[in-house]
Design a protein around this ligand. Structure first.
Ligand SMILES: Nc1ccn([C@@H]2O[C@H](COP(=O)(O)OP(=O)(O)OC[C@H](O)CO)[C@@H](O)[C@H]2O)c(=O)n1
Length: 333
C-alpha cells in the first residue's frame, strides 16, 4: 500500500478470467490474442501469495468468473481442473474467503445443479441480511449480497440467469432465452455475433442477462442500501456499460441493469470480467465507476493480472499488478 498517510477501512482482492486448463497455449476465436491456459495457474498462485502476505490481509477475494476454461470439458478434465484451481485459490481453512462469480466457462464445464452444490456456490451460509428482503433472486440463481464492513455492501450478480448456457433445453428458461436471442441473432451458430448493429453484437450464446426475479431482487437490495445510506459495489461476470467494454461482451439486458443502477444513489462501482482487454469508465450521469478487469488467460506468463482494492470513507483505490491498471475511484454521490 502506497498511501501510507491514511489507513483503509478494509481491502479486497480482485481477479478475472483465469480459464485454467492443462493444455498447450492457444488463441481466442479471432486469433488476435494469445491464451496461456497452463500458466494461468502460476499467475493465480502469485496473486494468492501476494494477498496472503499483505498486512492487513484483504478481507476477501472477488473471483470475477471463468475460473476454468471450457476446453476442460472436451478433455473430461472439468472436475480435476476445478480442484486444481481451488486448491491454489483457497488452499486452507484459514485462508482469505473467496466470492465466486459465475461466467460462461463455468457453464461449459458444469450445469447449474452441479454448480449450486459445488465450492463455486459462495452464497454466505448465514446469508446475512437476506431476511431483510421479502423477494429472492430465484431459487437456482447465484446472486446474493453481503456487508463486509458497516456502511458497505457487495452485490454478486448472476449474469447467466437468462441464458442458453446452464439451462436444460426443455426448460421454460431456455426457451425464453432462445426467443430473446433469436430476435437479434439469426445466425445458425449463435456463438457468432449478428453482423448488423453495433450494440446487437451482444446477442451471442456466450452472453446472457438478468431475469425478472433477479432484477426485482436487485431493486430491493439497492433500495435497502439507499435507506441505510450505504455504499454498494455490484459484481458481475458481464459488464453493463459500453464505456467499459467491447459491445460483444455486454450483458443482453445491460440497459435495464444500468437504468436500475441509476435510480439508486448507493451504487458506487460495478466490477466485471469477460472482456479480457479490460476497460473503465465513469458514468457521468450516475457517478458510478465501471471497471472491467483484464483477464488472466490472455496475460503473458511473465506478467500478472490481479489487484487489491483499498476502501476508504471517500474512495476506493485499485492497486493493479501487471496488466491491471491502478485507479482511484472517488465516491461522487
Ligand atoms: N466470434 C466468436 C467468439 C466465440 N465463439 C465461441 O464461443 C465460445 C466462447 O468463446 P470464448 O472466446 O472462449 O469466450 P470467453 O468468455 O473466453 O471470451 C469472451 C469474449 O470473446 C472475450 O473478448 C467458444 O466456443 C468460441 O469458440 C464463436 O463461435 N464465435
Amino acid at each position: 500500500m502506497e498511501e501510507s498517510d491514511s489507513v483503509p477501512l478494509f481491502s479486497f482482492g480482485v481477479i478475472a478470467d483465469i480459464q485454467y486448463a492443462d493444455i498447450e497455449d492457444g488463441f481466442n476465436f479471432t486469433r488476435t490474442r494469445q491464451r496461456f491456459y497452463r500458466s494461468s495457474l502460476e499467475l493465480l498462485e502469485r496473486a494468492q501469495k501476494h494477498w496472503s502476505e499483505e498486512t492487513p490481509r484483504p478481507r476477501f477475494v472477488l473471483q470475477l468468473g471463468d475460473l476454468i476454461d471450457g476446453f476442460n470439458r472436451i478433455h473430461e478434465a472439468s472436475e480435476k481442473a476445478l480442484d486444481t484451481v481451488l486448491s491454489r485459490l483457497s488452499p486452507g481453512p484459514a485462508d482469505i474467503p473467496v466470492h465466486h462469480v459465475w461466467g460462461n466457462h463455468e457453464f461449459y464445464n458444469f450445469n447449474r445443479t452441479f454448480l449450486l452444490q459445488s465450492r463455486l456456490n459462495s452464497t454466505p451460509m448465514s446469508a446475512q441480511d437476506q431476511h431483510l428482503l421479502t423477494v429472492s433472486p430465484g431459487s437456482d440463481t447465484h446472486a446474493y449480497h453481503f456487508s463486509p464492513e458497516p456502511g458497505f455492501r457487495f452485490v454478486v450478480l448472476d449474469a447467466y440467469d437468462e441464458s442458453l448456457l446452464g439451462r436444460d433445453e426443455c426448460s421454460a428458461e431456455y426457451q425464453r432465452a432462445l426467443e430473446m436471442i433469436r430476435v437479434h441473432n439469426q445466425n445458425q451458430d449463435l456463438n457468432c455475433p449478428p453482423e448488423s448493429g453495433f450494440l446487437q453484437k451482444r446477442f451471442t450464446k456466450f452472453n446472457g442477462g438478468l431475469g425478472g426475479d433477479q432484477l426485482t431482487w436487485l431493486q430491493a437490495v439497492l433500495t435497502l442500501a439507499d435507506r441505510q445510506q450505504g455504499r454498494v459495489v455490484v459484481v458481475s461476470h458481464l459488464p453493463v456499460h459500453l464505456g467499459s467494454t467491447d459491445p460483444m461482451c455486454l450483458a443482453w439486458n445491460y440497459d435495464k441493469v444500468l437504468e436500475l443502477l441509476s435510480s439508486h444513489s448507493s451504487v458506487v462501482c460495478f466490477l466485471a470480467g469477460h472482456d479480457h482487454d479490460g476497460g473503465y469508465c465513469l458514468d457521468p450521469e450516475t457517478g458510478v465507476h465501471h471497471v472491467t478487469l483484464e483477464g488472466v488467460i490472455e496475460t503473458a506468463p511473465e506478467s500478472d493480472a490481479f489487484g487489491t482494492v483499498y476502501v476508504y470513507e471517500d474512495r476506493m483505490v485499485l492497486k493493479g499488478r501487471g496488466r491491471v491498471q491502478d485507479r482511484t475511484l472517488m465516491f461522487l454521490s
